[in-house]
Design a protein around this ligand. Sequence first.
Ligand code: FES
Ligand code: FE2
Length: 653
Amino acid sequence: MNALLNIALFLHKTTSIIFPVPTSYTKGWHPLSFERMLSDVRPQKIEFVDANYVLWKGKNEYHMRPDVCPHQGALLSEGTLEDNCIKCSYHGLKIGPYKEAFNTKSKEVQGKCVLKQGILWWAYNKNEDKSTIPFCEKLEKSEHEKKIPITRFSIDIEASFSDCFKNSMDFHHAAWVHKNTFGNYAGEPDLVAERWNTKGELEGNFLYGSNDVYAKYTGGETDNSHVYCEPSTTYNIVNGKEGKFMIIHAAMRAITQEKTKWFVTAASNFVPSGPIGRAILEKMAKKVAIEEDGKQLAKMASDAEKKKHAFKFTLPLDTIYAGWNKKYETAEELERKLDSETNKDAMALIAEKLRVYNHSVNFYPHLKNTEWLTFNSPHLFKGTKVIDVFEEDTASEITTLRNGTVFKASGYMKKLSSDIVLVGNLTGKLKPTKDSLEIPVAKMPFKEHKFKILYLSDKYLLRKGLLSEEWDMMVRCVDGNCGEDECPTEMRLKTASALESELKNATNVFEINKIANQLISYNDTNSDFASRIKNTKWLNIKHRFGNDVLLEGYTDHLTKEITKKPNGSLIMAVGTFRQMNNSAIRIDIVNTTRQDRVSSEKIEIYNPFKNESFNALYLSEQLFVRKDSSLNWNVLSRINEDEYYPIDFKGNI
Ligand code: FES
Ligand SMILES: [Fe+2]
C-alpha cells in the first residue's frame, strides 16, 4: 500500500481545487428553505454570499426580491404581510407584484421560486429551465411509499462552500472522521467509476465495505452512488442487500465566504418504519452531518490560505476531485480534446461534458446559415460522408456513400424550442448520373427529423436525434474544410474573419443586420462570456448615435463608457457589470459625469440609463457584436493597449 501510495503521490500533479462559490445570480437553482419551514404570515430574510433577499408568500406563490425597500431602503424582511404584499416597516408602503402595491417600482420581483422534493428552490433568472432543478428519483419514490422514514433539517456549517461541497465527494475522510459511525477502518473504496449521467450531472459509483457494526444492517458491503448537480446540490444513495437503502441529499447555499447553509434530507429503510425509525434516522444523519462533518469543516483554513499552503500532495482518491472538477474544464479545452480524440466512446464522454456549457442558449440563430460535416455518429459507416446545410428556413442533408452515390434529403426547418429543431416534409433525391439528366427521386424512410442541440460553438455542433437517441457530432464547414475539392453543396459560407471585415465596412443598418446575422452563427456560446469581456477596451464603431464617438472599457467588474459628442462635450458613465445568462450582460450605472467643451454654447442634456442590459451575439479577438435592450445592433472593435484611440481613458480603465 505504501509503495502504491508513493507512486500515486509522485504521478499525480497536484492542483488547487477550490470550487467557485455560488452567488445569488449563479445560473441554476438555489435552495431557499424547506417547505415546512416556510412562513405564511411574515416575510423571511434569505441570505446569499453576495446579497440579502426577502422571501414571502402572496396569492399562493412565493416571491423573492432584494431585502431593500425601493423607497428609502428599509429592510423588507422586517415588514409585515398585507394584501399579499410586504408592508414596509418604515413608511408603510406595500411592495409586491400585485395591484395593491404602491407603484410600478414596488411591483418588481426577482427570479422564480419553485417547490420540489420538500425544498423551495429559486433561480435568479425567471426563465431558468425548471427541468434542471436537482431531482432524486429514489427520494421521490420513497416519499410516495409512506412507510419509508424521511427526515429533514437545516444547519449552518462554519466552512466555505468549496470545503462543504468537496466534503460530499471526499472518499478518504470517512475512515477517519466517520470512524464512530459508518466509516470502515479498511480505508477507502478502491475504485470509483465516474460518468456524466443522462441529466448532465456528474455521478460517481463505488462499493464500500461496511464496518462490523454496520455490516449487520447492510449485509457487509454497500453499493454507492454520489450525484453532483449544478450549482450546489449533491445526493448520495447507499444501497445495501435486499432492497435496503439510505439517501442523503444535501442542498447548499453559501451565506458568507466562511459559512454555508445545508438543507439535509435523509430517507432510509435500514431503520424501522414509523416515528421511532424516523427518530433513529434523524439522530444518525445529524450525528454524521453536524457532529462529524460539521465539526471537521469548522477546522479548515480559509480558501485563500489553502491556495497558498495546501494541495502540496494528494492521496490516491484525491484525484477524484480533479474528476469531479471536470466541470471546470473549459469548453475550449474539451473541444481541443475532441479534436484529437479518435475513440468513439471517449468522444461521447467529452461531448457529455461539453453539454454543461450549453443549458439554455437559444441555439437557433446560431444554427441557421451554416454547413456542417458529421465526423462521428453511430449510424455512420466508414467512408460515408454526411454534410448538413441549414439555411434560413430549410435544411438539407447530403450523404455521399462509399460507392459514390450522392443522396440529398431536404425539408423545411423550424425551431420547436430553444434547443429542439424540427426538419419536416422531407423529400429525397439522388444525384443525376452522367447518362441521364433526370433526377431520380429517392424514397425516404421517414418524413421528419427532430433533434436536440446539445452543444454549439464556433467549431462544433453536437446533437441528438429525438427518436434515435444517438449523437451526431459535426464540425463546421468553412471554406471547403470539409475535405473535398468539390463540395456537394452549392452554399459556401464566408469565414468569420471575412464577415468581420465586411461588417467593419458596412455603411447602413440593413447591411449590418445581414452580415451580423451571418456572423452570429459563429458565436462561441461558451458561458464564459463575462470573463472574456473583462479587462478589455472597445471602440463602438457602428451604433445608433450617428456621429458620437463611444468608448467602453471593462475591468474585473466595473465598466466605463465615454461618449464624445460632435460638439466636443464628453460624457462619462461608470457602472458595474455582471453576466445574467450565457449571453446577457447587465450594467448598473452608478455615476455619470459630463464635461462640456469650454467654447461650447450648447449644453447637452444627458439622461443616462440607470441600468442597461445587452445580449452579446458575437465576440472574437477583434470584434464584439451585441444588441442592446432596444434591439439596436452595436458593433465594437477591440482597442489594443498600444493603439491610438480618439479619447483618453482617464482613471484605471
Ligand atoms: S423605506 Fe420602505 S416605505 Fe419608506
Ligand atoms: Fe463526511
